[in-house]
Ligand binder design. Structure first.
Ligand code: CP
Ligand code: NVA
Length: 299
């Protein structure tokens, strides 16, 4: 049987996503209760910097009884032209799964095409599905059921926004995205077949947050977008999450951010460090959600 992969997150059915979030909550309560990776290793390849992803996977794999082989791309022959196909064939002989943080989604697809073990996306230009799992776990903790919950995302419709749209809608969330012209989510994004929620695009952040249980934002300049930083900051200047915007959301609404943050740009320090954030819980939930994901991948 071919291995399971996790490239966009839409490899999961709605039922599998529900079960994975249930399992993540169990693992959060009992972090050392699973030995799913006992005696096994997982390769984690980073072509871009990372704090949360690197630490949460490394520690999570250890908690599952496994060993993480953390590799920077410049340590691999991949950086000297070895084919992703050959890299996949070799890594498959040693490890139980391979995680990759990269720019091009095509490299992940090529690894997945040839790997005998699961390939998982630890962030690409197009997607960040591991982050979306942690985000949904955080929403579940706050809202109990995700069915019908409204989540507003304010700013650049980047990898974070796309993964929230895909996995959020799969989980039953109504995702409302507010972005300026030129930075909106593509109109033809195909939602998963078993999606129970919806995705709606706005330009006005205040329209998007109406009725939202949570207001999410991400950086205006993602890794790889540095050349267009000045024009991005100018286009996105009206898309900052501040107290006034949170006040316009549903009563009790809280702020979310995948981090790293740029306080004063996409989020104010008052919100980032204030009483209405669940941002640091989100960062912790990366580990719990990814442990449940690893269990599903290697099952
Ligand atoms: N949110 C996230 O993926 O953070 P890192 O870039 O630090 O891994
Ligand atoms: N959109 C950001 C997310 C960082 C975790 C980036 O790709 O740089």
């Amino acid at each position: 049987m071919p291995p399971r992969h996790f490239l966009t997150g839409t490899e999961l059915t709605a039922e599998e996503l529900d079960a994975l979030l249930d399992r993540a909550l169990e693992l959060k309560r009992e972090p050392l209760s699973s030995n799913a990776l006992a005696g096994r290793s997982v390769a984690l390849i980073f072509e871009k910097p990372s704090t949360r992803t690197r630490v949460s996977f490394d520690v999570g794999i250890h908690e599952l009884g496994g060993h993480a082989v953390v590799l920077r791309s410049d340590e691999l022959q991949l950086s000297r032209g070895e084919a992703p196909r050959d890299t996949a064939l070799v890594l498959s002989r040693h490890v139980a799964a391979v995680g990759l943080r990269t720019g091009a989604d095509a490299i992940l697809e090529e690894l997945a095409a040839y790997s005998a073990v699961p390939i998982l996306n630890m962030l690409s230009a197009g997607h960040h599905p591991c982050q979306a799992l942690a985000d949904l776990l955080t929403l579940r903790e706050a809202c109990a059921s995700l069915e019908g919950v409204r989540l507003a995302y304010i700013g650049d419709a980047n990898n974070i926004a796309r993964s929230l749209a895909l996995l959020g809608s799969l989980a039953g969330v109504h995702v409302a995205l507010a972005s300026p012209a030129g930075y909106a989510l593509e109109d033809d994004l195909a939602l998963p077949a078993s999606a129970r929620g919806s995705v709606t695009r706005y330009t006005d952040p205040y329209e998007a947050v109406r009725g939202a249980a949570a207001v999410y934002t991400d950086v205006w300049v993602s890794m790889g977008d540095e050349a267009t930083a000045a024009e991005r900051r100018s286009a996105l200047a009206g898309y900052r999450v501040d107290d006034a915007l949170l006040n316009a959301a549903a009563p009790g609404a809280f702020a979310m951010h995948d981090l790293p943050a740029h306080p004063g740009e996409e989020i104010t320090p008052e919100v980032l460090y204030g009483a209405r954030e669940r941002i640091w819980d989100q960062a912790e939930n990366r580990r719990h959600a990814q442990k449940a994901l690893l269990e599903w991948l290697v099952a």
